[in-house]
Design a protein around this ligand. Structure first.
Ligand SMILES: Cc1cc2nc3c(=O)[nH]c(=O)nc-3n(C[C@H](O)[C@H](O)[C@H](O)COP(=O)(O)OP(=O)(O)OC[C@H]3O[C@@H](n4cnc5c(N)ncnc54)[C@H](O)[C@@H]3O)c2cc1C
Length: 384
């Protein structure tokens, strides 16, 4: 067992961390306030090769493994990189593109992956609906085959990148008698007739990552845009992405914890009350010690799943453990950071209040904490 990153991986971590600190972090407050996507930052992320990291070079990617992708995402957060940008990055590169890479045929991969890797086109993933969140297999959007097309009808809710996406992976019911096995996946382009961004949603956190409700009204999708076979969408996409989504995609939260702890260390050294730095009070110092424990455990859980993925070892249980622990830890760290900053922590001039708003999403999106506990306990207990 080896817990050390290679010198190349350490250099890569530092490179991405410095990039995030220089090119992204200084603009976050302004864009968060406006609730706007930071296009210039996105283009810089694309130019750095971050958007296509895991994909083979023949499709325009960098051929990085899951571990190197996790390292980049962790480093982005550690450099103070905006959580909204990393959410959009994950929705684009992970849930918005890995299904194409894993389930797509050669033609689909050649057509869609290169512009996703270069950032020329933005991708998103649409499963959730107004009445189907945790119970994702209960979606109602339908896809009815008519000759060379499928006709999609329904509404998707809370779709990250929805307002700016060119490409959307959409899950829809092709056979309602079969439950999850009757759901198929489609690659929908924003120009397709009947596709509409019906509503942009305003959020408490991750405000630089645009979110939308999407409407499909007799949306015409060519048969060649179906991913995999009919009925393979729900379980196929789940198999392709869940470990990525529940471990690699939460890596920015790990780096975010590191950034928050560093802010707290600096503040605890500088802020004086009762004639001494507040870091001298055990109540404050112990918070920082506890935050560091959460950070180290979270990082190990992310890197373990990433390593397992690179070895081809199934990691569903480990990924759910990772998602649950990392997102709850990130929220706890952000909350304690606000506490250490006291009144200033609650004021928008300081970044810690934003990290608390941002971190809350982690415990909701991609399967809530309750759903992770449900899966973990079901795997452990088996059928009772
Ligand atoms: C900002 C944002 C971005 C998102 N991005 C995307 C995206 O890009 N694509 C996409 O498809 N979806 C996306 N989602 C949707 C997200 O995955 C869902 O919000 C999430 O899965 C929860 O579903 P829900 O909101 O319908 O909550 P519900 O499922 O209605 O849950 C409500 C509450 O009930 C609890 N609950 C539900 N069922 C159970 C149970 N069986 N046992 C115990 N507790 C239970 C939940 O844990 C939660 O506390 C996004 C959501 C947000 C807020």
């Amino acid at each position: 067992m080896d817990f050390e990153l290679t010198p190349e991986q350490k250099a890569f971590f530092n490179e991405v961390k410095e990039f995030a600190a220089r090119e992204i972090a200084p603009y976050t407050e302004e864009y968060d306030r406006r609730g706007e996507f930071y296009w210039e930052g996105w283009r810089k992320m694309a130019a750095m090769g971050l958007l296509g990291l895991p994909f083979p070079e023949e499709y325009g990617g960098s051929g990085a493994g899951a571990l190197d992708t996790a390292i980049a995402m962790d480093a982005f957060g550690a450099g103070g990189g905006d959580a909204g940008m990393s959410l959009s990055w994950g929705a684009h590169t992970i849930i918005g593109a890995i299904p194409i890479w894993v389930m797509g045929n050669e033609e689909q991969k050649r057509k869609y992956l290169p512009p996703i890797c270069s950032g020329e086109k933005i991708s998103c993933f649409a499963l959730t609906e107004p009445d189907a969140g945790s119970d994702a297999a209960s979606i109602r959007t339908t896809a009815v085959r008519q000759g060379d097309y499928y006709i999609l009808n329904g509404t998707k809710m809370f779709i990250t990148n929805g307002p700016i996406a060119d490409i959307c992976i959409v899950l829809a019911v092709t056979d309602k008698e079969k439950g999850g096995a009757g759901i198929s996946a489609f690659i929908v382009e924003k120009e397709f007739e009947g596709f509409e961004v019906s509503r942009e949603l305003d959020k408490m956190g991750n405000r630089t990552s645009p979110t939308a409700e999407l409407a499909f009204n007799d949306c015409k999708v060519p048969v060649e845009n179906r991913l995999g076979e009919e009925g393979e969408g729900f379980y196929g996409v789940g198999k392709a992405t869940l470990e990525w989504e529940r471990a690699i995609m939460v890596a920015p939260a790990v780096g975010g914890m590191e950034a928050n702890i560093n802010r707290c260390i600096q503040y605890a050294r500088e802020r004086k009350q009762f004639g001494k730095p507040i870091g001298k009070f055990q109540a404050v110092a112990f918070k920082i010690a506890e935050m560091k424990c959460l950070l180290d455990a979270a990082r190990l859980l992310v890197y373990r799943v990433a390593w397992m993925k690179d070895q081809g070892i199934p990691a569903m249980l480990e990924a759910c453990v990772c998602k649950l622990f990392v997102t709850e830890a990130a929220f706890r760290v952000a909350s304690e950071a606000v506490q250490i900053f006291g009144g200033y922590g609650y004021i928008r001039e300081y970044p810690v209040e934003r990290t608390l708003r941002d971190a809350k999403l982690g415990t909701i999106g991609a399967g809530t904490s309750e759903i992770q506990k449900l899966i973990i306990s079901r795997i452990l207990l088996g059928k009772l």
